[in-house]
Write a protein that binds this ligand. Structure first.
Ligand code: MSP
Length: 505
């Protein structure tokens, strides 16, 4: 059995989940579900990133403690993911003791290996910002550009990770692992950053306390990013259960957007090398989901929340849209009209209509009992092709392509019905054969689409009289043509995906 460990970035708890966060999370979820169908041993991790200045500030703005800010917002992420049928096996919070311990073990190792040293950092510091400024950024009279108040000259001992020493090891790792960062364009971007030259990075702060204490010098806490990245190791037992860690690491697939490419594709592999561990197996980098051509942000007031769309499209409609219409890799513009169009075409007209037609004809011409498929059906070859294309696309982390391939089978089945017009024919073996084929397609599509349509796939399964759920099936064994046994009651229920009016809300 192969192992498949998939992660999302851990989300900051200064802000509530929006559809950008959901996009990554739904994609990771669909991948986890696909790999469960393959029979892999799957571990799917998501969680929240709870330390650092950003969170402290949000807490102050909300008049609560940082811990309360973290508790409340982390709960919002959990709820949002449950509402989208996210099947994570673990939810990590960086304020958990298991994480603090792993971070301390990890960075102590890097320190002991000689890759962390202390240096004095000197500069103009704004206490309100808790940030250093270059002289050129200051206003007349040495004023902070944000607060218009005098900055102070501060000299601080900081611990630095000697990233510069990892330039060549990283280039070697990239050369030896040409598929590690995907897609190709993002790999080139990461290589470009490394080739530009790497400087040592400051990894600790004495100016704040909301973080993981540096074990060899507790006056410092680690800078949030160096605590956050380690979550991926914490969750599979780093520093606590070496056997477990050895089972899952480095077979990890990290999903992330391009905003955090530098941290994941440069700093994280270097930190792992410095700790004597292997860099991650795969880093899948996607673009931004844009709203009106812009990245969503709290300050631009252009955020869209999952619940806004689930109300109109349902959980399946939501998941299907983001997986099918936002190809993994490039930036994509969110469009409500596009979402309505996709829902009507693929879900209402194609899949929903296939199920409705089949159930109606089986009721009228087959006494409500589904016949078995024809082993020599022309659809058998199409199904075999579709299974192969769908499988290849999921393996390449291309959900859009995978669903497009699966939907070819839906379209072909509808065309098969239109050619044969069983609704016009007399009941008999000819009608039974055509209906058996269509039922077999519904069985196959229920399995193949289950990573996206968590609900409709089970509902189709039930309505065509099958026991259990599509998620109990295994690929490829259960997607060979001919698995629908026939002789099962077929239920004609309400429309699976009622058509939406254009511009409906
Ligand atoms: N906490 C860090 C990540 C630490 S991982 C060790 C962070 N958090 S975040 O809350 O800002 O989330 C960033 C991630 O959310 C992105 O990498 C991406 O996966 C997702 N997205 C947030 N907005 C997005 C879009 N507008 N479009 C696509 N993905 C987006 O960075």
């Amino acid at each position: 059995m192969s192992r498949f460990y998939v992660t999302t970035p851990i989300y900051y708890v200064n802000d509530v989940p929006h559809i950008g966060h959901a996009y990554t999370t739904v994609t990771a979820d669909a991948l986890a579900r696909w790999h469960r169908l393959l029979g892999d041993d799957v571990r799917f991790l998501t969680g929240t990133d709870e330390h650092g200045l950003k969170i402290e500030r949000a807490a102050v703005a909300n008049g609560i403690t940082a811990q309360e800010q973290a508790d409340r917002t982390s709960a919002r992420f959990r709820e949002a993911w449950a509402a989208l049928d996210i099947s994570n096996d673990d939810f990590i919070r960086t304020t958990e003791p298991r994480h603090q311990q792993a971070v301390q073990v990890f960075l102590q190792k890097v320190y002991d290996n000689g890759w962390i040293s202390s240096k004095t950092y000197a500069g103009w510091y704004c206490v309100a910002c808790e940030a250093y400024y270059n002289e050129s950024e200051l206003g007349d009279g040495n004023l902070c550009p944000i607060h218009d108040r005098p900055v102070e000259w501060l000299e601080e001992e900081n611990y630095f990770f000697e990233l510069s020493a990892f330039e060549q090891p990283l280039l070697d790792w990239y050369a030896a692992n040409p598929d590690a960062v995907q897609p190709e364009g993002k790999r080139n971007e990461a290589l470009g950053l490394i080739r530009q030259g790497l400087e040592d990075v400051s990894i600790s702060r004495t100016s704040l306390t909301w973080g993981v204490p540096v074990p060899w010098d507790p006056a410092h806490v680690f800078y949030v990013w160096y605590d956050a990245l380690i979550n991926y190791a914490t969750a599979v037992g780093y520093g606590a259960d070496p056997e477990e860690f050895g089972e899952w690491w480095p077979a990890v697939h990290h999903l992330l957007a391009k905003d955090i490419l530098r941290f994941h594709c440069v700093y994280w592999p270097a930190m792992l090398l410095a700790a004597g561990e292997e860099p991650p197996h795969r880093l899948h980098v996607h673009g931004y989901l844009l709203v009106g051509g812009e990245k969503m942000s709290k300050t631009s007031l252009n955020q869209i929340f999952p619940a806004d769309l689930v109300a109109d499209f349902g959980v399946d409609g939501f998941r299907y849209h983001f997986l099918r219409d936002q190809p993994f890799g490039p930036d994509g513009d969110f469009s409500y009209e596009g979402m309505v169009g996709r829902f009507n075409t693929d879900l209402a007209n194609n899949l929903g209509n296939l199920l409705a037609r089949v159930a109606t004809v089986v009721a009228k011409k087959c006494g409500g009992v589904g016949p078995a498929p024809d082993p020599d059906s022309p659809l058998a070859a199409v199904a075999a092709d579709v299974v192969r294309e769908t499988t290849d696309a999921w393996a390449a982390v291309a959900p859009s392509r995978a669903l497009d391939a699966t939907w070819r089978l839906v379209r072909e089945a509808n065309a098969h019905l239109e050619t044969n017009e069983p609704w016009k024919a007399e009941p008999g073996p000819e009608v039974d054969r055509v209906m058996g084929d269509a039922l077999e397609v519904l069985r196959l599509v229920a399995i193949l689409s289950s990573p996206a349509l968590t609900r409709a796939s089970s509902e189709i399964w039930r309505r065509i009289g099958l026991d259990g759920a599509p998620t109990d099936c295994r690929i490829p064994g259960d997607v060979a043509w001919g698995g629908y046994p026939g002789g099962l009651p077929v239920e004609k229920g309400p429309s699976l995906f009622p058509r939406l009016a254009k511009g409906s809300t």
